[in-house]
Every structure is written in C-alpha cells, then in structure tokens.
Design a protein around this ligand. Structure first.
Ligand SMILES: [Zn+2]
Length: 211
C-alpha cells in the first residue's frame, strides 16, 4: 500500500458506495469460495462492521465494534491488500484458551478422513455429542480441541464442532473463530511448506533428478 498508517488514519472515508453483490454461489459444502467475509481480526459477521469508502482511492475502511479494530482494504491485481490501523492480529489459541468456559458440550460437524479409510475407526463421528475439555495450538490445524465422547478422549479440530448451547458466549466465540478461519487462516504447516518451496527454488534442489 502506498500510504502510511498515519496517512490512512487521516483520510476521509465518507463517500457513498454500493457493496458489490457477491457472485459466489451459495455452496453448502462451505469450501473456501463460499466462505463468508468477516472481520479480519475477530471473525465478526461482515454486516456488523461499520464501513466507509474513499472514492478517489477506491479504498474501504472497516470498523469492528466487537474487537475494536479498524482496517483499510484496497483491491489490487493480486487480491485485496489490508492494513490494520487499530488493534492487532489475534493469537487464536491463546485467545480461545482464555475466553472459552470449559468444559462445554458440542456436536461434531465434520469427521476425519480416517473414519472412511480405517476399518476399526473409533474416533469422533459426525453428529456425535462430545464435551470439549481444553483447546490448544496446532501447527497443522490452527486450534485443536481435547474432547470426550463417553469415556474416551480424542483430539479433534475445533472448527469441526458446533457449540450445543446456541445462547452461550462459547457459541459466539467458536462461530467467530470458524468464520475467521474459513476466510483468513493460513496454517503454520502450509506456511512452512510454502516457505520451503520458495527456498527450494533458490537452492537448486537435487531431488528433481532422481532418475
Ligand atoms: Zn472484529
């Protein structure tokens, strides 16, 4: 972005605008294309954000009352560039460990591929009822939950559950996390792989010439 944070902070975002209709099809699989736009910090529902527009620079400014962050977005040829003017990106594992009230009841909404490939699989199945005992950071999955089903404990991806009590603060926190994850999350695992490939290009890897 060609502007500094200070310049952006002073800029006016009071021009009229129309939000583009999303061309994306409603996709029940909730894959990445169908993911819902949301606050880049806390996952708050997009329509809850206060939006301003600067017509001259074609930039939007978003204010989120939920996490108190402010950010500016500008479309570029490669995507959308965003700058946080107020607030900071969230450490989700730490945040959820602190905010969620344990234990709590959930329903499993997605199951591992293992359920399909392993004959005697006895892990979590879709629509199982479970209790979340704890959550923690996962290199590959972002946040994993320690859950209990009956007497057995399992590790399960937190984004693959729905909190049973729809009126609880846990429900809101987990739904915000899921929305954010769907839209903005890049796993440290994927980041490391991308990083490794980048380095591989430079160092002329010999693995390519196996034959
Ligand atoms: Zn927010």
């Amino acid at each position: 972005m060609k502007f500094t944070k200070e310049e952006l902070s002073k800029m006016d975002f009071n021009d009229p605008f129309e939000l583009e209709e999303s061309d994306e099809e409603e996709d029940e699989d909730e894959d990445e294309e169908g993911s819902e736009d949301c606050c880049i910090v806390c996952g708050n529902i997009f329509t809850n954000l206060k939006i301003g527009y600067n017509a001259k620079e074609e930039m939007f400014r978003y204010e989120c009352a939920n996490c108190d962050s402010v950010y500016v977005a500008k479309g570029t040829q490669t995507g959308v560039e965003m700058i946080l003017l107020k607030g900071e990106h969230r450490n989700w594992p730490d945040y959820l460990m602190e905010k969620l009230k344990f234990p709590f009841d959930v329903v499993i909404t997605e199951e591992s591929d293992k359920a399909f490939f392993i004959d005697d699989y006895d892990g979590p199945r879709r629509w199982n009822k479970a209790k979340v005992l704890d959550v923690f950071y996962s290199f590959k999955y972002g946040v994993e939950a320690l859950i209990r089903i009956g007497r057995k404990k399992h590790l399960h991806i937190l984004a693959w559950v729905e909190v049973a009590d729809g009126n609880s603060s846990n429900y809101i926190e987990v739904e915000n996390y899921k929305r954010w994850r769907e839209r903005h999350w890049l796993s440290d695992y994927v980041a490391a792989v991308i990083d490794a490939f980048g380095k591989g290009d430079d160092s002329n890897d010999e693995d390519d010439e196996d034959e």
